[in-house]
Design a protein around this ligand. Structure first.
Ligand code: FAD
Length: 291
């Protein structure tokens, strides 16, 4: 980072939001800096002030309670991976975090940074959306809670106001016999960004019938989003091949991909259908294993 930029590491949310409010767009929040450092170097737009949030207790919490997981926005992917109780409750979220970059990147990269960087291909964002996660946001005006689906506003843009910080995610613990899964397609075997990413959560009843389902898609629209129609195709079924294929077809229809050097729009639509089917099958198998 530039030596001409000022660096602050406040220990409270109030200090951090006050600093951000004072410096406006000249300040940047720093978490793991795995996106920020690359962007600052490439663009050469050094902020006046870096505000490192990692010393603030609320952003480092991993608190799994009976009804929800409170997950600090600056918890690293590696720290999340180490929590076996969280992996057992939310295997899809943890597998998304474990796909980010390499071991080195995961030791720095945070879920808050993944969301706020606002890449349409961010891996943990569809996983959070599939779980109906909320984001707790602090700003100069106080704290508010919104659905994660409301945070991304377009490639590189969020709905956060100047001076606001994502403090934590509040992720509801689903009912018994529920499970989530995340899968992505990349042209290489690792260290690449998603051409398509799919997060699915399902709940089944004692007979194996699906009572609730959410399908979230990444990298096939300006932001990750929940494909409501695809989830609806699963509810009321036994999550058999026909139901999974129909969910895949509807997810593909809901996708609005672009063509670029990583794949054509048509290819992305095809992959969306296949990955939705596979990810829903993975979530189903996990949920059934809990019956
Ligand atoms: C080699 C490499 C491989 C990568 N592979 C992947 C991959 O496979 N999948 C993937 O999804 N990403 C990947 N990334 C991108 C990056 O690692 C992730 O997006 C990571 O989660 C970002 O987290 P961070 O803490 O490093 O964010 P930072 O770089 O610290 O911040 C990113 C942006 O979010 C803002 N910000 C951060 N935290 C907050 C907060 N709590 N509140 C408000 N604003 C905030 C910052 O101001 C900045 O604009 C890769 C990056 C590298 C360098």
């Amino acid at each position: 980072m530039s030596t001409s930029s000022q660096f602050a590491a406040p220990r409270t949310l109030d200090e951090a939001t006050a600093l951000l409010a004072r410096h406006g767009t000249a300040a940047r929040v720093v978490a793991g800096a795995t996106d920020l450092m690359v962007q600052v170097r490439i663009v050469g737009a050094y902020p006046e002030r870096y505000v490192d949030i990692k010393q603030i207790p609320e952003v480092n919490v991993i608190d799994l309670r009976a009804d929800h997981l409170q997950l600090g926005a600056a918890v690293s992917c590696a720290a999340l991976s180490e929590r076996e109780d969280v992996r057992a409750a939310f295997p899809g979220l943890v597998e998304a975090a474990e796909l980010i970059g390499s071991t080195q990147i995961q030791s720095r990269a945070t879920l808050g940074g993944n969301l706020c960087n606002a890449s349409p291909a961010a891996d943990t964002v569809p996983a959070l959306m599939a779980l109906d996660a909320q984001a707790v946001i602090a700003g100069p005006g106080g704290t508010r809670t919104v659905k994660v689906t409301d945070v991304p506003a377009g490639p590189g843009a969020t709905s956060l106001a100047d001076g606001e910080i994502v403090v934590a995610f509040r992720i509801p613990v689903p009912p018994a016999r529920s499970a989530d899964a995340y899968q992505r397609f990349i042209p290489r075997t690792e260290m690449d960004i998603a051409v398509v990413g799919v997060g699915v959560s399902v709940t089944v009843d004692a007979s194996g019938a699906c009572t609730a389902a959410r399908v979230a898609l990444g990298a096939v629209a300006p932001t990750a989003f929940v494909a409501e129609e695809a989830g609806a195709a699963l509810v009321g079924t036994d999550l058999d091949d026909a139901a999974l294929a129909e969910a895949g077809r509807r997810a593909s229809e809901a996708a609005r991909p672009i063509s670029d050097r990583r794949g054509t729009a048509e290819f992305r639509r095809d992959v969306t259908a296949v990955l939705t089917r596979r990810t829903a099958a993975a979530a189903r198998d996990r949920a059934l294993a809990r019956t």
